[in-house]
Ligand binder design. Structure first.
Ligand code: BMA
Length: 337
C-alpha cells in the first residue's frame, strides 16, 4: 500500500472509474470544465492550477486575452469543477505595493509552502523566463525575484522544504517552440538565490516523450517518494503532440528518479484535446489529492483552449508506474557532472 502524506481533502471532486476503462487515469465525464470565452475579453483559459483554500477552491488561470497576450486570472469554486473568474487579471505589485505587471504570463503553477502560496509562471525577461509571486490572502500578489536566467519554462515548486531548502524543478529552453529539453532541479534557502542545480530526468526512447519533457503538477508526497505528473512531447509531420507521463522521485534526493513509466498515462484522444487553438495538447499543471482515500484529480490544459480534469488513485497510478517501469542511467545518477 502506498499512501499520500498530505492533509485530507474530503470534498475532493470524484467520479468512479468506468468499467470499460483500461487506462490508470480516467477523464471527467463533463470535460472540458472550462470552455471558450470564459471571461469578457478572454478567448480561452487553459494550462491552469488550482488548490484548496479554506473550505473551497481557488486557482490561477492562464487567460488568453483577445489580443492574444496571455495573463493570469483568479478563479474560485465550491466544488473544484465549476469555476467563477474575476473579470480583471491578477494585479501584481512589487515589494512596495507598486504595480508591477509582467509583459505576459502563462502556464501558472500554484503551490503552498508553509503558510504562503506561490505562483510560478513563464514570462518575459528579455526572453522566456520564470516569474514568481507570493500571496497569503489571494488579494495582494507580490512579485519576487525571477529565480532563473532566461531561457526557462515549466518551473514547479515542491510543497515543502527538503533539508531546509526550497526545491524547484524547471526546464531550460530557447525563446521559441523549443525542440529539446530535460527537467532540472535547483535549491534555495530563501527563494531568491538558487543553486545546487541537478539534472532530474531527460527525454527517452519512448517516442511520446522523445523530443522534450517538462514539469507539470506540483509533486505529491507519498510513502514511496514524490509522485510527479509531467508533460512529454513528440514531433510529428503535423507538429508537436503533448502527452502526460508519471514518475516517482526519491523523497530526500528528488534529483534521483526511482521509477518512471515507459508509457504515457494520458494522451490526446478526445475532441477537446485533439482540436483547438493548438491541436493535440494535454498539459498538466496541478492536482488535488486526498490522503484519506488516495484519490487524485489531475487538472490539465487541452489543445491550448480548455481545462479538463481526470481521476486516478495513488495506488492505481503507482502500480501502473511499477508495471511499466523503465529507468535510464540519466534518471538514476545524482545529476551532477
Ligand atoms: C508550450 C507551452 C504551453 C503550450 C504548448 C503547446 O511550449 O507554451 O503553454 O500549451 O507549448 O502549444
Amino acid at each position: 500500500m502506498i499512501r499520500i502524506l498530505s492533509a485530507p481533502l474530503p470534498n475532493i471532486p470524484w467520479q468512479e472509474k468506468p468499467e470499460n476503462c483500461t487506462s490508470p487515469v480516467w477523464r471527467y465525464s463533463e470535460n472540458p470544465i472550462i470552455r471558450r470565452n470564459p471571461i469578457s475579453g478572454v478567448a480561452r483559459i487553459f494550462n491552469s492550477a488550482v488548490i484548496q483554500y479554506n473550505d473551497e477552491f481557488i486557482g490561477v488561470f492562464r487567460g488568453e486575452q483577445k489580443n492574444g497576450v496571455p495573463m493570469i486570472y483568479l478563479g474560485k469554486s465550491r466544488d473544484a469543477l465549476h469555476w467563477e473568474f474575476e473579470q480583471e487579471k491578477i494585479n501584481f505589485t512589487d515589494e512596495n505595493g507598486q504595480p508591477f505587471m509582467p509583459i505576459y504570463a502563462y502556464d501558472p503553477r500554484l503551490v503552498k509552502v508553509e503558510d504562503t502560496y506561490y505562483i510560478i509562471w513563464c514570462q518575459d525577461m528579455y526572453g522566456a523566463a520564470i516569474g514568481m509571486a507570493k500571496t497569503r490572502d489571494f488579494r495582494t500578489f507580490t512579485r519576487m525575484e525571477n529565480p532563473f536566467l532566461p531561457y526557462n519554462r515549466n518551473a514547479v515548486l515542491f510543497p515543502r522544504k527538503i533539508d531546509g531548502k526550497y526545491i524547484m524543478l524547471s526546464r531550460p529552453c530557447d525563446n521559441g517552440h523549443t525542440a529539446f529539453g530535460d527537467i532540472f532541479l535547483s535549491e534555495s534557502r530563501d527563494l531568491e538565490y538558487w543553486g545546487h542545480h541537478r539534472h532530474v530526468m531527460g527525454r527517452t526512447e519512448s517516442w511520446w516523450e522523445s523530443l522534450k519533457i517538462g514539469g507539470g503538477a506540483a509533486p505529491i508526497e507519498t510513502t514511496e517518494g514524490w509522485l510527479i505528473f509531467y508533460h512529454g512531447v513528440c514531433s510529428t509531420c503535423n507538429g508537436y503532440v503533448y502527452s502526460i507521463g508519471a514518475a516517482m522521485l526519491d523523497i530526500n534526493h528528488p534529483s534521483k528518479v526511482l521509477h518512471r513509466c515507459e508509457d504515457y498515462i494520458l494522451t490526446p484522444e478526445e475532441w477537446y484535446e485533439e482540436r483547438g487553438f493548438v491541436q493535440n495538447v494535454c498539459f498538466p499543471c496541478a492536482t488535488l489529492h486526498d490522503s484519506e482515500t488516495g484519490r487524485i484529480v489531475l487538472y490539465y490544459g487541452c489543445a491550448d483552449s480548455y481545462v479538463s480534469a481526470a481521476f486516478t488513485t495513488v495506488q492505481e497510478i503507482y502500480e501502473y508506474i511499477l508495471a511499466h517501469d523503465r529507468l535510464s542511467p540519466a534518471d538514476t545518477e545524482p545529476g551532477k557532472r
